[in-house]
Design a protein. Structure first.
Ligand SMILES: Nc1nc2c(c(=O)[nH]1)N[C@H]1C(S)=C(S)[C@@H](COP(=O)(O)O)O[C@H]1N2
Ligand SMILES: [Mo]
Length: 505
């Protein structure tokens, strides 16, 4: 068959240049807010296998993970300055188009028979690749066999990128989503768990970078005009025009990066609106994947070290409230004065003490994996009562749409890292009713939750990233609209930063 470079292949080549470059820069932004990689499910301080920061760990009593945030330069990461939420928005918008393009490419490759350009039909290609390698090492250019567009090394490396690396990066990327990871729990564990998958996703990034460097070097070796002309016109007969057009396209790509970065830093809310239009239609489908993760007790983070040290078990993020009221509750071990209020748009408003919650929960527990949006993870056994059971008791009125949670904590007052404001969060009803959306009052069979982890009562939303699992819970309010609370985005971090309330990825 005639291989050549059909127009759809050339278009795809250029789109990938755009998408992969955006994915790499936004990916580095995401990595930067927790620039450490681990081999196990847990992120116990001091056990990282790689680290991309020079910051040393803070030694505060409530050592918070927020302090591990790094902010890379906007020249490197997208958009830079530690804007994790915006980096995520760019990553997810780009991934939408990247995956669509890759699937379309596969369909076209197999539909047209062009897959033969990549997938070798006889094993001789491996030996040939060895001979080609020797040719390259001798600074000569091995030629493509008659009728094929590439030599054996090119064929094998392109096949590797299209059919191995790309599916792997998509799969490991998908499992960064708490909704996916906690629903397909077996597959998640079979692949080595959250941090191993995160490390693999990072190694995919390294593989893309290595590929790009070698690919560009080879284009220069084979002849810039000669090679780029194939990608512009489909043949190498116009090396000068082709070379110039390709160079101009690359310059425009750089301009697009600069413009998108500046736009994000100037008007993050506009990026957020575009993200919501592009990403929510598919990411909201993940509401149909309720979490069903069940670890064993001996998977709990810190079990292997006997839970001796508070930073070795469930990491803490955010500082406990420092009001007299909260300190008094703590001094009394939360027994006498704490009562969780459940009210708002319900038939039977109520207050429940911890012993009452414990009685209603009838020993129910879940041992689950916590996904902080920054990237750290911990496994904990939570005793508590599903929000759905509490809602059944309180009886939401017809028209109730959301469940709002309010914390004792005020961020500006209690946490030096953040601006002021009451910490609150909300679930759309579908998320509140998920079986692992839990009001928890005990962690790891310790009789209670430690102050750093949200004592006396906190929320667990296992389908979502960590910040939505509000700690130090004071009140639950069922509502028929959430957009009139706070700044109307459904939660503290949604209001002050660029995080999506529909945070299923
Ligand atoms: N009230 C309140 N809840 C909070 C936070 C916070 O700062 N304040 N941090 C959130 C974040 S970002 C994460 S990752 C989890 C961390 O839970 P942990 O401290 O038990 O690990 O709690 C979430 N709930
Ligand atoms: Mo977090």
């Amino acid at each position: 068959m005639e291989f050549g470079f059909p127009v759809w292949l050339r278009v795809e080549h250029f789109l990938n240049l755009v998408f992969v470059s955006f994915l790499i820069r936004s990916g580095i932004e995401i990595l930067g807010t927790y620039p450490k990689l681990y081999r196990s499910q847990h992120t116990v301080p001091g056990t990282a296998w790689a680290q991309f920061t020079v910051q040393s760990q803070a030694k505060h009593k409530y050592y918070t993970v927020g302090g591990e945030y790094d902010d890379y330069s906007p020249r490197l990461s997208m958009p830079g300055k530690g804007m994790l939420g915006l980096g995520r928005y760019w990553h997810f918008m780009t991934v939408t188009f990247f995956v669509i393009t890759w699937v379309a490419y596969l369909v076209l490759l197999f539909g047209t028979g062009q897959w033969r350009r990549y997938i070798p039909t006889d094993l001789g290609v491996v030996a040939q690749a060895g001979r080609d390698m020797i040719a390259y090492l001798a600074f000569t250019v091995p030629h493509a066999p008659e009728g094929l567009p590439f030599n054996a090394i090119q064929q094998l490396s392109y096949a590797g990128v299209v059919f191995v690396l790309t599916p792997l990066v998509i799969l490991t990327g998908a499992f960064q989503s708490p909704a996916i990871a906690n629903h397909f729990s077996r597959l998640n564990r079979a692949m080595g768990g959250r941090q191993v998958i995160r490390s693999l996703h990072f190694l995919c990034l390294v593989a893309y970078l290595v590929f790009v460097v070698i690919h560009v070097a080879m284009v220069l070796l084979h002849g810039w005009g000669h090679e780029t002309s194939k990608m512009v016109f489909g043949h190498s007969d116009s090396p000068v025009t082709g070379g110039v057009i390709f160079a101009v396209a690359l310059a425009l790509l750089v301009v697009a990066h600069v413009a998108a970065t500046r736009w994000s830093l100037r008007d993050g809310r506009a990026v957020e609106r575009v993200h919501n239009v592009i990403v929510r239609p598919w990411s909201n489908l993940l509401y149909r994947l309720p979490a069903r993760m069940h670890y064993d007790r001996d998977n709990v983070t810190g079990t292997d070290v006997g839970l001796k040290n508070a930073t070795q078990n469930f990491r803490g993020s955010g500082r406990p409230p420092e009001t007299d009221e909260y300190l008094a509750l703590m001094a009394n071990c939360y027994v006498d004065d704490y009562a969780l209020e459940i009210g708002g748009y319900v038939e039977r408003p109520m207050t429940l003490t911890v012993p009452q919650l414990r009685e209603l929960a009838q020993g129910h527990s879940q041992t689950t994996l916590h996904h902080c949006v920054q990237g750290f993870s911990s496994i904990g056994k939570w005793r508590g009562i599903p929000v759905s059971a509490l809602l059944e008791l309180a009886g939401p009125l017809p028209g109730a749409t959301d469940v709002v949670y309010v914390s004792f904590q005020n961020m500006g007052r209690d946490d030096a890292l953040y601006e002021g404001g009451l910490y609150y969060e909300s679930n759309p009803m579908i998320e509140a009713l998920h079986p692992q959306t839990l009001v928890a009052f005990e962690l790891n069979d310790e009789g209670e939750i430690a102050a750093k982890n949200g004592a006396p009562v906190r929320l667990r939303v296992e389908t979502s990233t960590g910040f939505r699992s509000i700690k130090w819970l004071e009140r639950i309010e069922v509502v028929n609209r959430y957009d009139i609370i706070g700044q109307g985005r459904g939660g503290y971090f949604e209001d002050v930063d660029f995080f999506d309330r529909n945070q299923l990825i």
